[in-house]
Design a protein around this ligand. Sequence first.
Ligand SMILES: C[S@@+](CC[C@H](N)C(=O)[O-])C[C@H]1O[C@@H](n2cnc3c(N)ncnc32)[C@H](O)[C@@H]1O
Length: 352
Amino acid sequence: MSISTSAPSMRTTTPAMAVWNNREKIAASRSRLQALYEAVDWANDLDLYQWTQWFAIALEFQPDLIVELGRGMGNSTCVFTEAANQLGDCRVVSLCLSPDWDATVKHRVAQVVPDSWFQKLETRTEEILTTDVQALIGDSQRVLVLWDAHGFDMAEFVLGGLLPTLEHRHSFVVMHDISDGRYSRINPSYQGKRLWRGTREGFNREGHSRLYLNYLDTAVEQTIAIVDFISRNGLTLESADHSLQTELSSERISELQNSLEAKFFRLDGHWFYFSLNEKTKGEEIYFPNFQSEIVIQERQARSHVDNDHAQVEQLQGEVNHLKTLLAQAQADTGMANLLKKAWRKYKAFRSR
Ligand SMILES: C[S@@+](CC[C@H](N)C(=O)[O-])C[C@H]1O[C@@H](n2cnc3c(N)ncnc32)[C@H](O)[C@@H]1O
């Protein structure tokens, strides 16, 4: 399969240029984006200005397929489905284990869009690691990937399972949950916290620091995996913040600020992006090995260890409680013996 040379591929997609080139469409879509944002009602995972940025990226890159890895409550699902509707020749496949979309969010979204809007969207509630990638990508030529499901297992799937399929197509990968310390004012202090040790027991374990890799400020493992991947392959991992803050002239920034309200346009993004197309045709790209059966088996083994660990901790707690009760009982017995002794002495004294 070879890279097609249709018009969109001739221009490099960057967040700043995406927002600038599509400013009129963004302005015209504000009420729709806002209505969807309110229907999702989960700004925690993506704020409105980030909706605008991803919407612009999709319009600019003009994918024929958008693969969403991690739907959660569905912020990105709505952004990309709205973009797919506006692009026309584009569909969204959303993969996630979370049932929230079908259970609650979809019904709210249906209040603000026509039924036909959903024709561009296929939501699958399933394990991403076992996805048949060839079938997923099919003969799509321009694939936008949202990498918003976390952990090393997922990183191995993306880098070793999904990306090799995209090697000879047009690709653009958006990575959420990484901030750019050059622009987001990192506090370098550990603030008395322990080292970052991964997210196995939660997104950002309490009492543990975030992870700073040079200027990458994150709490998710795939940041390590992507730095490894781009380093091996001489690719560029760039931030939305850097693009927005360096590619737009002050006149353009003012124009965007005037034409879009502040909630739709900001110069920070807190996401990064890369594309395999930075490599010239014929240059080798190195991918890690990915075998879903092995990753799943290892994950099950880890979960058994975690369960055993939790049980040991629970037993340890019970043993400590019993020890306290025993010590108390011993103290009570000691006190009772003392009282008995005193009582005997008192009786002996009285009977003299
Ligand atoms: C941060 S949320 C996604 C947020 C979403 N993109 C948005 O904009 O609202 C990550 C989601 O990835 C899902 N996820 C993580 N690992 C997964 C896996 N192995 N298979 C399927 N879903 C997974 C989680 O269930 C969670 O719902």
